[in-house]
Design a protein around this ligand. Sequence first.
Ligand SMILES: [Zn+2]
Ligand SMILES: [Zn+2]
Ligand SMILES: [Zn+2]
Ligand SMILES: [Zn+2]
Length: 223
Amino acid sequence: MKNKIKLLGIIAIVAIIAACDSGTNDPCASGHTFPSWIAPSCTENGNSVRTCINCTQTDTRTTGYAALGHEGLTPGVAATCTEAGSSESGNCTRPGCGQIVTETVIPALGHQGLTPAFAATCTTAGNSQASGTCSRPGCGQVITGTVIPALFPELGHDHIGSLICKRIGCNHQYALGDLGPTGGRIFHINPTGFTVQGYSAGTGATAHLNFTDIPLIILKLHQ
Ligand SMILES: [Zn+2]
Ligand SMILES: [Zn+2]
Ligand SMILES: [Zn+2]
Ligand SMILES: [Zn+2]
């Protein structure tokens, strides 16, 4: 009987210890324990998510973790159409960094929106360089390039029997909408890219050209 009571007593104590264990051993019972945030440096982001050291609960921040960038550098200079620029440079003054940032040259951008170089024809001047008015905001420079004078301004094109002008150095080719040899606009070329066999003046603002079936490659041999 005494032994039985002793045994019951031991069981009771074990039960109480077990109950205490399950009640007090949850380390997150009174809140999670998160590690410190990792601070961002000049070049590295910090962390935006951290996990409780005792369970899998996470904590998230949406600001304050992005890399800070170096501090105290000499600002860069933007490149323009004609002048090279430079990146920021110098010694970072942020405590713990002190990195030396070397200057990088940013090449000049070149003008934009110019008309590409184009060949002269018998009747119209060409240009051996891109030309026109630069469309880059803040520039607007007018570039004349190098003008190539018209090749035969007094002779005009020789389109007799040919879709492509036969004068050496000119590659003028009739296209729809051009002013035709008899005046008026060309509204019909058939078949496209073949030689003129003959043409007839249209009435009013149109002209009609008819072509043989001689391929362009033969026309080029005539030039
Ligand atoms: Zn926790
Ligand atoms: Zn720095
Ligand atoms: Zn420009
Ligand atoms: Zn020509």
